[in-house]
Design a protein around this ligand. Structure first.
Ligand code: OFO
Length: 169
C-alpha cells in the first residue's frame, strides 16, 4: 500500500505531466498558425510522450493500491514571439519538470518507499533525454537566426520524429 504523502506527491506530478501535455498541445496549435508542419509533428510526439508520462504514474499509483485524484489543469500560454521563443520556453519548462521529478524522488526517499524510488529512476533518466532533445533543437534555432531557408530545412527534419510508446518503470 502506498504511503499517503507519496500518493499525494504522485497525484501532483500527474497534474504536472498533464499540464505539460496541454502546454505542448498549445505549442502545436501555435505552429499550425505558422504552417510549420514539422514543428507541429514534433509537438504532437511531445504531447503523446507527456500523456504516457502521466499515465505511467496513474497506473503505478493504482498498482500500489493508491487512489488517483485528478485536479484542474492550468491554462497554458497560447502565443510566442518566434519558434526560438517556444524552444526557450520548453527548456525552462523541462528544467522545472526535472526539479519536480527530483522532489518526488526525495519524497520516496523520505518515506523509505524503495519500490517508488526504483520506479522513478525511469523518469529521472527520461528528463536527461528531454532536456537534451530540446537543447539540440534550441541550439539549431539559435544558429538559424533569421534564415528562412534554414528554418524550413529544420522543419523538414522535425517532420521525421515519431512517437515510440515508452516502457515505463
Ligand atoms: Fe514529462 O517530461 Fe516533459 O514535461
Amino acid at each position: 500500500m502506498i504511503n499517503e504523502k507519496m500518493e499525494k506527491a504522485f497525484n501532483d506530478q500527474i497534474n504536472a505531466e498533464l499540464y505539460s501535455e496541454y502546454l505542448y498541445l498549445s505549442m502545436k496549435a501555435y505552429f499550425e498558425t505558422l504552417n510549420l508542419k514539422g514543428f507541429v509533428n514534433w509537438m504532437d510526439v511531445q504531447v503523446q510522450e507527456e500523456h504516457a508520462h502521466a499515465m505511467g504514474m496513474f497506473d503505478y499509483v493504482n498498482s500500489r493500491g493508491g487512489r488517483v485524484k485528478l485536479t484542474a489543469i492550468d491554462a497554458p500560454e497560447t502565443d510566442w514571439e518566434s519558434p526560438l521563443a517556444v524552444f526557450e520556453h520548453i527548456l525552462t519548462h523541462e528544467e522545472l519538470v526535472t526539479s519536480l521529478i527530483n522532489k518526488l524522488a526525495d519524497v520516496a526517499e523520505e518515506v523509505k518507499d524503495r519500490a517508488a524510488m526504483g520506479f522513478l529512476n525511469w523518469y529521472i533518466k527520461e528528463q536527461v533525454e528531454e532536456e537534451d532533445n530540446v537543447g539540440q533543437v534550441l541550439a539549431t534555432l539559435r544558429l538559424i537566426g533569421n534564415d528562412k531557408n534554414a528554418l524550413l530545412a529544420l522543419d523538414k527534419e522535425l517532420a521525421t520524429r515519431t512517437f515510440v510508446a515508452p516502457v515505463i518503470g
